[in-house]
Design a protein around this ligand. Structure first.
Ligand SMILES: C[S@@+](CC[C@H](N)C(=O)[O-])C[C@H]1O[C@@H](n2cnc3c(N)ncnc32)[C@H](O)[C@@H]1O
Length: 313
């Protein structure tokens, strides 16, 4: 198993302490969490969340050596506030969100995340989610499918692809879908795209985001995460595409400003108070050596904020 993305950078960002409380809201295989527990020994504690029971099984094995210092719960990070109150953890010192899919999920063909292996069109993080990628591909009207590919995949040829999918329905497998997309783009003069990226990459990204309501989930968790931090506590978010990163960036910008009135307004009427400061103005990206060792890390962007100490009125 390789190292999780931006591993050292996350440990450095969250500055684990021996008596600290931490949350890994996307525990995956537990790689980052292992580092946080190790660095907060002997008594730091960590709550790990994931919606994928297979991920939790891996994390449980990986973190077994830490005993009760690691608490793992199968839950969406959109319920972060609720999970913390169940545990009675008033405020925490560090929260990590490592968004998107894990290596285990991509490398398990039957999960349907990869277009390189023949598998049903699934793409769910949470096996109890009633919607699979096949439902969208086979049931959405053409216009809605094109809009989805454009919005969540930033796919400029969304209309051509949607038309080709409708003509080929019903589609059952990842490879069938990837071929339909590749043929549609080849017919319109665009085969393998820039930088050798497979033509179906954007379509698969769009379907995965829609199936898992990923952008709505990120929007829902960010305010809960900031609210859960103790003064001086930090929130670190790793995103893997520009749609996610934009949400994180805009939220951090807004929450680190004392006034969010429109710039043309001469006098502040919003009464907004900054709750965090941005620890880094520009996102941290992996070093060349990490990208070489793990090409999937190439699009990772890490943003970090620190909760402000309450100001006296
Ligand atoms: C990139 S992986 C995390 C890898 C992890 N940092 C590690 O070190 O192994 C993202 C994880 O987030 C999980 N996930 C996705 N959406 C979620 C949600 N709404 N709530 C909780 N976990 C979620 C996925 O199932 C996946 O296991």
């Amino acid at each position: 198993m390789h190292r999780p993305v931006l591993y050292q950078e996350i440990i450095h960002a969250l500055q684990p302490r021996r008596d600290g409380l931490y949350v890994d809201a996307t525990i995956g295989a537990g790689g980052h969490a292992w580092g946080l527990l190790q660095a907060s020994a002997p008594s730091g504690r960590l709550l790990g969340l994931d919606v994928d029971p297979q991920a939790l099984k891996l994390a449980q094995l990986k973190l077994a050596e830490f005993g009760e210092r690691a608490v793992l719960v199968r839950a969406s990070y959109t319920t972060l506030g609720e999970q913390l109150s169940v545990l009675g953890w008033g405020a925490v010192d560090g929260i990590l969100l490592d968004l998107g899919m894990s290596s285990m999920q991509v490398d398990t063909p039957e999960r349907g995340f990869s277009f390189l292996a023949e598998a049903p069109l699934d793409m769910r993080f949470d096996p109890d989610n009633p919607m699979r990628a096949a439902d969208l591909v086979n049931e959405l009207p053409e216009g809605e499918l094109a809009d989805l590919l454009f919005k969540y995949g930033e796919e400029r040829r969304s209309r051509q692809i949607a038309r080709a999918i409708l003509a080929a329905r019903p589609l059952q497998t990842t490879v069938e879908l990837a071929q339909v997309v590749a043929n549609a783009l080849r017919a319109s003069g665009r085969g393998r795209g820039r930088r050798g990226i497979h033509p179906a990459t954007r379509t698969f990204q769009a379907l995965r985001i829609a199936v898992n309501h990923e952008l709505e989930a990120v929007e829902a968790v960010l305010p809960q995460a900031v609210a859960a931090l103790a003064p001086g506590g930090r929130l670190a978010v790793i995103s893997f595409h520009s749609l996610e990163d934009r949400i994180v960036k805009q939220f951090f910008r807004r929450e680190s400003r004392d006034c969010i009135c429109p710039p043309e307004q001469p006098v502040c009427t919003c009464g907004h108070k900054a709750s965090v400061r941005e620890v880094v103005r520009h996102p941290i990206v992996p070093q060349a050596a990490e990208v070489e060792a793990n090409p999937r890390s190439r699009s990772a962007r890490l943003r970090i904020v620190e909760k402000l100490t309450d100001q006296l009125a």
